[in-house]
Design a protein around this ligand. Structure first.
Ligand SMILES: [Zn+2]
Ligand SMILES: [Zn+2]
Length: 360
């Protein structure tokens, strides 16, 4: 009889059910990010989409692999690998010029593809996953704990958004708005890329996260609400003796204010990177300010292979105490609780990095 594999299947907004599938030919912790919260709620994608196995930041151990795949990926049974959500065609113009995230010919995505598409096990919230020959994977040292290894994704975002898109140079002053796992990882990436001064903001309720951020490269933390809340523009002016920031990154979800804040903390010619999605909302801007200050603005979409590779190297370097970012571990039967814990809907709001370990 074929071996069966259990998976958490999302059948609708906030609806998960456990199902069993026949084990395909291959071989898991899975990180959880803000997108999981929105996907679970049905805010990202069609809420009436067909059922799928979520978990788009998967990491696991190769359990079975064919000779061709082993050669192509340079991995063997027993190696730990991190997967990217996008499974590109690897042949179109976008793929061949490094923009594989824009591939129009991609057929599958890990944590995205419908569960009816054989061999079904596309998402990370399952005991085993199937990897397409076109999957993008990265080897991660087996010496790291599964919790730390699963941070390749938020740290990949930090590297991509702060260090790469932010074009951080030696000695730069960098302002990061938002102190979640991505903000903290952005601070670590900025510092690693040579930033001189890193300033990070958070809410009063983020006290413990701001505390952590100091261990991840932040030189200054600014609380922007509550009785002791400060205006971030004034705070940056004071902390930089009026020089203002070279680079500012917004990773706050939903809040509109930070979009204006990133533009106002910059020096003349500074660079703003926008990475916090605002639910499709229109946000008023005084565009004259962008012109008069000669600012540049970039949109940050996803993480690419280059950033993931750098992030994994930074995790493996042991430079920052990433184990301290991990706050919660859940089993496969608790995927909904895991997602609600990250969003703060459940628990005491202390979650920073949450992962699901399908094999206990
Ligand atoms: Zn994610
Ligand atoms: Zn392509």
């Amino acid at each position: 009889m074929a071996e069966m594999v259990r998976a958490a299947v999302q059948t609708g907004p906030r609806k998960l059910e456990m199902r069993e599938f026949e084990r395909p030919k291959v071989g898991a912790a899975n990180g959880i990010c803000g997108s999981d919260v929105e996907i679970f709620a049905g805010h990202i994608g069609d809420p009436n989409r067909p059922a799928f196995i979520p978990g788009h930041e998967p990491m696991g151990i190769v359990e079975e692999i064919g000779d061709v795949a082993a050669e192509r990926w340079g991995v063997q049974v027993g190696d730990r690998v991190a997967l990217e959500v996008i499974v590109p065609c690897r042949a179109c113009n976008d793929c061949l010029t490094g923009r594989y995230q824009a591939c129009k010919f991609r057929k599958y995505g890990h944590g995205v593809t419908n569960v009816d598409v054989a061999p079904h096990l596309w998402g990370g919230f399952a005991e085993r996953m199937y990897l397409s020959p076109n999957s993008v994977m990265h080897r991660v040292s087996n010496d790291l704990s599964p919790e730390v290894a699963a941070m390749y994704n938020p740290l990949g975002a930090g590297v991509r958004w702060a260090a790469q898109l932010g074009e951080i140079g030696l000695g730069d002053t960098v302002v990061i708005l938002g102190a979640g796992q991505r903000g903290i990882c952005a601070a670590a990436a900025a510092k690693s890329a040579g930033a001189g001064t890193v300033i990070i903001t958070g809410l009063e309720s983020d006290g413990h996260k701001l505390e952590l951020a100091r261990e991840f490269g932040a030189d200054h933390t600014v609380t922007v609400d509550g009785d002791d809340g400060r205006d971030i523009v004034e705070a940056v002016r004071e902390l930089t003796n009026g020089e203002m920031a070279d680079v500012a990154l917004d990773v706050t979800p939903m809040a509109a204010g930070p979009v204006n804040d990133v533009l106002h903390v910059l020096r003349f010619g500074g660079l703003a990177v926008l990475a916090g999605l605002k639910g499709g909302r229109e946000i008023p801007l005084v565009t004259d300010h962008i012109i008069n200050r000669g600012l540049r603005i970039k949109g940050a979409f996803g993480v690419d292979a280059d950033a993931n590779k750098a992030a994994i190297a930074l995790l493996e370097s042991g430079r920052f105490p990433f184990e301290k970012l991990h706050t919660h571990t859940f089993g496969l039967d608790e995927v909904g609780l895991a997602i609600d814990t990250l969003s703060g809907r459940e628990g005491d709001g202390s979650a920073v990095h949450v992962s699901v370990h399908p094999n206990g």
